[in-house]
Design a protein around this ligand. Structure first.
Ligand SMILES: Nc1ncnc2c1ncn2[C@@H]1O[C@H](COP(=O)(O)OP(=O)(O)O)[C@@H](O)[C@H]1O
Ligand SMILES: Nc1ccn([C@H]2C[C@H](O)[C@@H](COP(=O)(O)OP(=O)(O)O)O2)c(=O)n1
Length: 210
C-alpha cells in the first residue's frame, strides 16, 4: 500500500507524513530531499544548476541515497550524512531550478520506485506521476502567510522575506505541483498538525472500507 501526500512548500507535508507513517507503523519517503541533495551537491561543486549532464555526473559520483524512516528521513552520500545541510536558504533558493530538469526528475523517480512498499510518499507529484496507482492520495494547502509563519520558526529570516521566497518557489514549482484529480485536498491553515494527521487517518479508514 502506498499513501501519497503532496502539497505546496511548507504546507506541512513532511511533518504530517511522519505522523501518519508513525500511526500506520510504516516509513515515509520525502522525495524533496533527493532534489535538495542534488542541489546541495551542485552548489558545493560550483556546477551550474541548469546543467543536467553535469548534475547527473555528480550524482553518479556521490550516489546520494535516501533512508526513509517514520521518525524522519536521512540522506547519505557514502558515509557522509547530508541531511542537516539540505534545509538551508541557499538550497531552498536553488532547488526549483534543479527540480524542473526532466533528467533530474527521472533520476529521483527511479530512486523512489525502487523502494519496498508499504510507505507514505510526500512531495509534489507523488499522486500524479510517480505513484498514480497509490491506494490513497492527499494534497495539503495553506496560505503563503500561514506557511511563512510556520517556517519562520525554523529559519533565521523574517516572515515577509520567507513569504516572498515561498511565493516565488510556488510559481517555479507550479508545473509539477497540481493535485491528483483523485486526491483529497486539505486546507491545513485552520488545523493543528495533529488535526491534519487525524483527517488523513480518518480518510484512510474510509479508503479501507471502500
Ligand atoms: N497544521 C499545522 N499547524 C501548525 N504548524 C504546522 C502545521 N503543519 C505543519 N506545521 C509546521 O510547519 C512547519 C513546516 O512543515 P513541514 O512538514 O516542514 O512542511 P513541508 O514538508 O510541506 O515543507 C513545521 O515546523 C511544522 O511543524
Ligand atoms: N516530488 C517532488 C518533491 C519536491 N520537488 C521540488 C519542489 C521544491 O521546491 C523542492 C523541495 O521540496 P521539499 O518538499 O523538500 O520542500 P518544501 O516543502 O517545498 O519546503 O523540490 C518536486 O519538484 N517534486
Amino acid at each position: 500500500m502506498i499513501v501519497t501526500i503532496d502539497g505546496v512548500a511548507a504546507s506541512g507535508k513532511s511533518s504530517v507524513s511522519s505522523g501518519v507513517a508513525r500511526a500506520l507503523g510504516i516509513p515515509y519517503v520525502s522525495s524533496g530531499l533527493l532534489y535538495r541533495a542534488a542541489t546541495l551537491l551542485g552548489l558545493e561543486a560550483g556546477v551550474d544548476l541548469h546543467d543536467a549532464p553535469a548534475l547527473l555526473a555528480l550524482l553518479d559520483n556521490h550516489a546520494p541515497r535516501l533512508e526513509p524512516l517514520a521518525e524522519g528521513n536521512r540522506v547519505w552520500s557514502g558515509t557522509r550524512e547530508l541531511t542537516d545541510a539540505l534545509h538551508s536558504s541557499r538550497v531552498d533558493a536553488g532547488v526549483s531550478v534543479v527540480a524542473v530538469l526532466p533528467e533530474l526528475r527521472a533520476w529521483v523517480d527511479a530512486q523512489l520506485r525502487a523502494l519496498p512498499e508499504p510507505f507514505v510518499a510526500e512531495g509534489r507529484d507523488m499522486g500524479t506521476n510517480v505513484f498514480p496507482h497509490a491506494g490513497a492520495k492527499f494534497y495539503l494547502t495553506a496560505s503563503p502567510r500561514i506557511r511563512a509563519e510556520r517556517r519562520a520558526r525554523e529559519r533565521p529570516e523574517d516572515i515577509p522575506a520567507i513569504e516572498a521566497a515561498l511565493v516565488r518557489r510556488d510559481a517555479k514549482d507550479q508545473v509539477q505541483s497540481a493535485p491528483a484529480p483523485d486526491a483529497q485536498v486539505i486546507d491545513t491553515g485552520p488545523l493543528t498538525l495533529e488535526g491534519v494527521i487525524g483527517v488523513i487517518l480518518e480518510g484512510l479508514g474510509e479508503v479501507g472500507k471502500a
